[in-house]
Design a protein. Structure first.
Length: 79
């Protein structure tokens, strides 16, 4: 599958025109629309900062991969 990404700003919510596409006439394509959410991007960035801060804590450095895996397993088991 080949992918082509194009960013557009919606001017009329009832009509979207795409020009200059790299496809042949009659070629079948799939169209997927994803809305950019600036608020969500900001929340993700804040969460990433929190993860980095948490990972720098001395106690976090003392936890082994095995202990993390066991904690995840216990959480998923409802313990």
């Amino acid at each position: 599958m080949l992918a082509y990404k194009k960013y557009v700003t919606i001017k009329d919510p009832k009509n979207l025109v795409l020009k200059g596409l790299p496809f042949r006439a009659g070629q079948r394509v799939e169209v997927v629309m994803i809305v950019e959410d600036e608020e969500q991007k900001a929340r993700v960035q804040e969460l990433k900062k929190l993860f980095k801060k948490t990972q720098r804590l001395p106690k976090a450095k003392a936890i082994s991969e095995y202990e993390i895996a066991e904690e995840i397993k216990a959480y998923r088991a409802g313990r």
